[in-house]
Design a protein around this ligand. Sequence first.
Ligand SMILES: C[S@@+](CC[C@H](N)C(=O)[O-])C[C@H]1O[C@@H](n2cnc3c(N)ncnc32)[C@H](O)[C@@H]1O
Length: 281
Amino acid sequence: MSSPRDLIRAATARLTEAGVASPEYDASELLAHVLGTSRSRLSLVDDVDAQQQADFEDLLARRATREPLQHLTGSAAFRHVELQVGPGVFLPRPETELLAGWAIERAQDVGPGAVVVDLCCGSGAIALGVADEVTDAEVHAVELDPAAHAWAARNLLGSGVVLRLGDMADALPELDGGVDVVVCNPPYIPLEAWASVAPEARDHDPALALWSGEDGLDAIRVLESTAARLLRPGGWVGTEHADVQGESAAQVFLDSGRWTEVRDHSDLAGRARYLTARLAR
Ligand SMILES: C[S@@+](CC[C@H](N)C(=O)[O-])C[C@H]1O[C@@H](n2cnc3c(N)ncnc32)[C@H](O)[C@@H]1O
């Protein structure tokens, strides 16, 4: 028998050695997962039995090879919702909660019946976050990859979100000109940045979720024209982008001449994170 505190201390050292960015957090999450409790309640556990230790050891070994934490626990938190995740779907990131929060505010401004479209929905994180916090909105979600779409279908079941399998380029023609908010976290990593991407993402997130041409802006170019087609005049689009794309992503929207109020937003660390714009009236 060992105490949670001793196990976490040893596991933290091991994950630090393996280059994991948040070793103590991950060790605690994995132990809580094995014990069927939450991280905040670990201090209430006196001892961990031999079988539980063996299970923890297995997960720790996998995490040390940089398998993502959320693949090991099977879930990811996003704003106030929990998503089922695993191989085949992009793991929702905390920074995307900012973009989702922006979309939620725009939908709330519109009022009951606001029509919101989440393009490139992956696990369904943004769509589910919007549906959860703006219960009177009409939310649609689109995903191209069948494997990711299957995860989204599981997560969006019973949420009221209308999910489509397909390319955002020609998605939802029946909504043309009638959408209030288009929100998107597209693939945006330039191909040349391959070496700088963390192993958790590079080796485990689907390629279709990450890369987007030489400059990383191919999907954002498609989004620009799709959003212009879907939105009503005065409707809003918001898209996440890489921290080096604060100016180049905005330029895609400025160049088309279809947008007003093109503005970039930074995250809490001051990095350029997402862009918003409004379809000219
Ligand atoms: C960066 S992930 C974001 C997933 C989710 N929105 C999130 O924030 O967790 C991008 C997603 O876009 C999907 N995708 C890529 N190209 C697409 C396209 N042309 N149409 C629709 N979805 C696309 C990928 O399969 C992937 O699931």
